[in-house]
Design a binder for this molecule. Structure first.
Ligand code: HEM
Length: 353
């Protein structure tokens, strides 16, 4: 029997179903957040945070329900898995909230936000295992009509209120989390040349590029393929842009180099071209739609300094509004294509290995 609380305790099967939806939601918004760098995507981060806080409340209700079953009995593998799932979910929630309040960890190349993401992905795996043995779909009569809708409506309102309050408290306490960007990233090294963190996605760690042996090729769906050496590259185009890394920091700079638009004009792009792919000397690659690529820059300088090796010398893609892992470093090839290169999503995990 459930103890009646405020608006009554939720039906167990509906509660389990909503935990599943809740975890699915924060996981989905978490993953989409990794690809979101424009202010128009701020809602992804807001709904992720509110969703996470609602989930924390639902987990509290679930723990209250199962607590008697965890005491004194011999624990089966299913119960042990459930306990691990609860602990990892609590750690994912806790690390998210700690990040928001300015906490960080030094985990070598990673920080607290990366730990949060890893825990989030672990939650998804453990939840899959848990569901195989435990999950029963709620039936229509489990929903108790308006009462269930009211209860969950109230939970979302409460989550949104806590989210809002948390922002106010964070600002008042002036924590290190108070000046986060809408992406959750914290400021570092803006307008200070190469003095911002060097991070690379997975295994990219090439030797410094020898510019005497290096060239930039521009080919694919173009009438006039180009092969340019370092001295032949123009470097008088400028962009002011924010580099926002998914490991939780951002840095704003004046980048200088050559616009992709001018390279594409010189190469005479085919009429049916639609995408432009940028490949690094490590094999790492990412692409942008043609119109966006024209506005992007291949930078060789940052705030007047020559780009350092760690930041991608001789050329790094500067793609305003994109996350840092999409700003390909050590670019050696620009390829114009008719279709998007979907294999790039895999290539970024394998390059440099
Ligand atoms: C791929 C997985 C995930 C990614 C990329 C991700 C990303 C993020 C980011 C960037 C923030 C900071 C937002 C900000 O500073 O405003 C955050 C916060 C948070 N995340 Fe995640 N997350 C993921 C998975 C999860 C999961 C599975 C949970 C829940 C189990 C979760 C719960 C939270 C919570 C509670 C917060 C704090 C919200 C707040 O207090 O305002 N996240 N997450």
């Amino acid at each position: 029997m459930n103890r009646p609380g405020w608006l009554g305790a939720p039906n167990p099967r509906v509660l389990d179903g909503s935990l599943l939806v809740g975890v699915g939601f924060v996981l989905a918004t978490g993953i989409v957040s990794l690809y979101s760098g424009r202010p128009s995507r701020a809602w992804v981060f807001v709904t992720h945070g509110v969703g996470g806080l609602v989930l924390a409340g639902l987990i509290g209700l679930k723990l209250r329900r199962v607590r008697p079953r965890l005491r004194g009995v011999r624990h089966s593998a299913v119960v042990v898995l459930s306990v691990i799932l609860t602990a990892v979910t609590a750690a994912a929630l806790g690390s998210g909230v700690a990040w928001v309040f300015g906490a960080d960890l030094d985990l070598g190349p990673w920080g607290l936000l990366n730990l949060h993401i890893g825990l989030g992905l672990a939650v998804a795996l453990l939840l899959g295992g848990h569901l195989v043995s435990r999950f029963r779909l709620p039936s229509r009569k489990d929903f108790e009509g308006r009462r269930t809708a009211l209860r969950y409506g109230a939970a979302v309102v409460a989550g949104a209120a806590v989210y809002r309050l948390q922002g106010t408290v964070n600002g008042a306490l002036e924590t290190a989390g108070a000046d986060r960007r809408f992406t959750g990233s914290k400021p570092t090294g803006s307008d200070d040349g190469n003095a911002f963190p060097v991070t690379s996605w997975v295994a990219d760690d090439p030797d410094p590029v020898d510019v005497d042996a290096w060239t930039l090729s521009v080919d694919g769906a173009v009438a006039e393929p180009l092969e340019l050496d370092y001295a032949a590259l123009a470097d008088d185009d400028e962009r002011r842009a924010v580099l926002d890394c998914t490991s939780g920091w951002y840095s704003e700079h004046d980048w200088r180099g050559v616009t992709i638009g001018s390279l594409l004009e010189a190469a005479d792009v085919d009429d049916d071209a639609a995408w432009v792919s940028f490949r690094s000397v490590t094999g790492y690659r990412w692409s942008l739609p043609l119109a966006e690529a024209r506005e992007a820059l291949l930078a060789s300088r940052v705030d007047g300094e020559r780009l350092s090796h760690g930041h991608g010398f001789p050329l790094r893609l500067v793609a305003p509004g994109r996350r840092g892992f999409q700003w390909v470093k050590w670019v050696e090839a620009v390829r114009v294509t008719r279709r998007r290169d979907h294999a790039e999503r895999l290539a970024i995990f394998l390059s440099g290995l």
